[in-house]
Design a binder for this molecule. Structure first.
Ligand code: R1P
Length: 289
């Protein structure tokens, strides 16, 4: 028998909704499209046949509805893995915790969670305008200092090689995404390996007025080769999604619209239409179930 989760640990609002997401269990579909930008939620739900529910709190905007008969929830998360930790924990609680008894349910319900986000390429031959699915997510943030999980031999090797190459005092965490979802929503996309950074500027090698501490981080990461394995792109959430997905038992896949190439310094002038294309393609693949 699981133990009762106290009120202070899983906060449930007076109306029965979970603290940050402001959702009740019945508001959530088992297939979730997660986006960073709150304004992107309507870019997803504008394609729905019908929208049954809409709510927002902080950066978490939610629309649940039907796309070609399939029930889908589109939610925004804001930026960064700290938000993803909250998002994934509360999403999981909505399906796997009984809000009346505050006990974990006997039967675990897995969710399908697909991130649709923007990203920068660190490879010359992956131009702005590409669509890329992340086979692995590698976190340069500290989230996984606070959770324990098992890593495959490949994941451990990748983490250690990156640590050595960047000469940093911790091992980045590396987690594989869902193969099931990769086959479903990654169809026709480039397959890459995504570096998740705890910031947009210094951690991704951008210099505006202050110099990043790690010189040439883009080249250092981009030149790593472990057999066929190569790092392809930067963003700020994927590794957090994959880690929390593994810990909580959900299928997770991150899809990236590459809107900048950090080697050639090209920025896509049609960034919004690239994201729209990825949204439509993903909805179509999900509706084929
Ligand atoms: C930075 O501009 C933001 O864009 C990327 C990064 O991961 C970060 O969240 O993703 P989204 O477009 O989904 O927000």
């Amino acid at each position: 028998m699981s133990k009762r989760i106290p009120e202070s640990e899983l906060i449930i609002n007076a109306d029965g909704s979970v603290y940050h997401l402001n959702l009740k269990p019945e508001h959530l579909a088992s297939t979730v499209i997660a986006v960073g930008d709150p304004d992107r939620v309507k870019k997803v739900s504008q394609h729905f046949d019908t929208i049954e529910f809409e709510i927002s709190k902080r950066e978490f905007v939610t629309h649940t509805g039907l796309y070609k008969g399939k029930r889908i929830t589109a939610i925004s998360t804001g930026m960064g893995t700290d938000n993803i930790e909250i998002f994934m924990t509360e999403l999981d609680a909505l399906v796997n915790v009984d809000f009346n008894t505050r006990l974990s349910k006997e039967t675990h319900t897995p969710l399908e969670i697909i991130r649709i986000g923007t990203s920068g390429s660190m490879q010359k031959d992956i131009p702005a305008g590409s669509l890329l699915a992340s086979a692995y997510g590698i976190g340069l943030d500290t989230l996984m200092v606070f959770y324990q999980t098992d890593y495959s031999a490949m994941e451990q090797t990748i983490g250690k090689v990156i640590q050595k190459e960047l000469d940093i005092p911790f091992t980045p965490y590396c987690i594989k995404g869902s193969e099931k979802l990769l086959n479903k929503v990654g169809k026709g996309l480039l397959i890459g390996n995504t570096v998740t950074c705890p910031g947009f500027f210094g951690p991704q090698g951008r210099e505006v007025r202050i110099k990043p501490a790690i010189p040439n981080i883009i080249e250092k990461l981009g030149n790593i080769k472990i057999g066929d394995f190569q790092l392809t792109n930067f963003e700020m959430e994927t590794a957090g999604y994959y880690a929390m997905g593994r810990l909580l038992g959900h299928e997770v896949m991150s899809l990236n619209a590459i809107i900048a190439n950090r080697i050639t310094h090209k920025f896509a002038n049609n960034a919004y239409s690239i994201v729209d294309q990825l949204i439509i393609q993903t909805l179509e693949n999900l509706a084929k179930d």
